[in-house]
Ligand binder design. Structure first.
Ligand code: 5GP
Length: 172
């Protein structure tokens, strides 16, 4: 039987990654999302177990120590991790899995000691057409100060240095 593929999608903020992922999940039959665990608090409208499994830090660390996660990383002061069990089950059932994870998570999966993870991996980086366009989009939200926009742009530039580590590149 055909095994599923892990589609890892990473991007700097402002590239429309969430919109692309939502669109893929709605239009590609048989594609399922991996629901991560995180220690960050839920944002308005985010449901427990749907957007994320929201966990206290101690519980997250306990699970990490027990090998619960396929990969985990710290981002913006919060912990994020991909539970291994559901991913393994979906792949074995021939279901493709979409993971919206950061550059550290993608690097951990590429270097996974589990052969089945490395062999199932299709990693995709989403790039904005230019830094100027990215700046325009980040500013376009109009909700943040110029200082915050500059900080996000600096972070995005740092993230974009990693595009060459990915097998696929999409300019959006
Ligand atoms: P947010 O807090 O905005 O939902 O996500 C922040 C960042 O964490 C995003 O870049 C997202 O891709 C990343 N992220 C979400 N879940 C995971 C995960 O399970 N592992 C890793 N490494 N990163 C994740």
């Amino acid at each position: 039987m055909r095994r599923g593929i892990i589609f890892v999608v990473s991007a700097p903020s402002g590239t429309g990654k969430s919109t692309i992922c939502k669109g893929l999940l709605a239009s590609v039959e048989g594609l399922r999302r991996s629901v991560s665990c995180t220690t960050r608090p839920p944002r308005p409208g985010e449901e427990q177990g749907e957007s994320y499994h929201f966990l206290p830090r101690e519980e997250f660390l306990r699970r990490a120590a027990g090998g619960f996660f396929l990969e985990h990383a710290e981002y913006g002061g919060h912990l994020y991790g991909t539970p291994a069990g559901p991913v393994r089950e979906m792949l074995e059932a021939g279901t493709d899995v979409l993971m919206d994870i950061d550059i550290q998570g993608a690097a951990h999966l590429r270097a996974s000691i589990d052969t089945w993870v490395r062999e199932s991996l299709a990693d995709i980086f989403i790039m904005p057409p230019s830094t100027a366009e990215l700046a325009r989009r980040l500013r376009g939200r109009g909700t943040e100060s110029e200082e915050r926009v500059a900080a996000r742009l600096a972070r995005a530039t740092e993230v974009m240095r990693h595009w060459g580590e990915y097998r696929y590149l999409v300019v959006s």
